[in-house]
Design a protein around this ligand. Sequence first.
Ligand code: A3P
Length: 291
Amino acid sequence: GEKIAPEDMLFSYRDILFPASVSSPETLEALKSFEARSDDVILVGYPKSGTNWLEQMVQELADAKYTEEERKERINAEKKVETFQRLEFGDPGIYERMKKLPSRRIIVTHLTPQLLPPSIFQSKILVLVRNPKDTAVSYYHFYNNLTLLPSFASWDEYFPDFMNGKLAWGSYFDHLVEWNKYIDNERIMTISYEELKEDQVQGMKKIAAFFGFSLCEEDFLRIAKKTSFKAMKEKSSETHGKFGDVLFRKGVVGSWKDLFSEAQNEEMYRKFEDTLGGTKMAAKIKYDVYC
Ligand code: A3P
């Protein structure tokens, strides 16, 4: 497509950067009028924490009770409304159109509570977290492989921007600090990328219990297989079009080791301790920064 100048790729809204290709200040302003429902399924995660994986998983968990016919009806309803992959994407009219979607709606966002309408807390919210180092590495490759985002000449040039929140959706640390304020809310649950990697079936059982989906053992095993990294990567061009290649990169824990220097490792450790040390959120993140 058309080449966009790097300075036009992002815009700033309330001091946070957003990709101009998918959102606008008007849409973020209109988001205030979004009305969450008590039975909405809200999925939250900082970019690159595995949100596409979680979304697919939750979709499958929620769909298990529907017949093929009912699933098609739901997909058609979404097509009519022209929904987008993320709550903050699209034109400002999207929130009005979303009122026409049947329950239960599955809604994904990378935002923090300050940019969401207060009604969001009527829904159950699942917050996905991933260790900061792998998130940083994943986001680096994403930036450099996506023509819709500016690119960095090197990892060393990128690293300070991650640390200072000069990337789309702002700071990783702020994101977790903000969600940590609500961590004791009983309508909020957190789950980590690492625990899902370690035992996906166990993780999905927790998710299903939280949202009240009832499934049998067989369903969980079938869904785990269908949403494995390999399976999702193979289907990526079908499910995510040209973004498929960029989205399903490695899908492992620990790929930070390829890029972090000793000094960057130390800096990450200090920043994490300064912003999140001692919080319940920090305890959720299996975070091998200590090695
Ligand atoms: P890597 O770049 O480390 O491979 P998001 O969906 O929030 O953009 O996150 C993308 C990250 O999730 C990428 O991490 C991607 O590979 C990983 N991912 C996507 N699908 C996955 C799956 N089925 N299993 C494990 N990781 C997955």
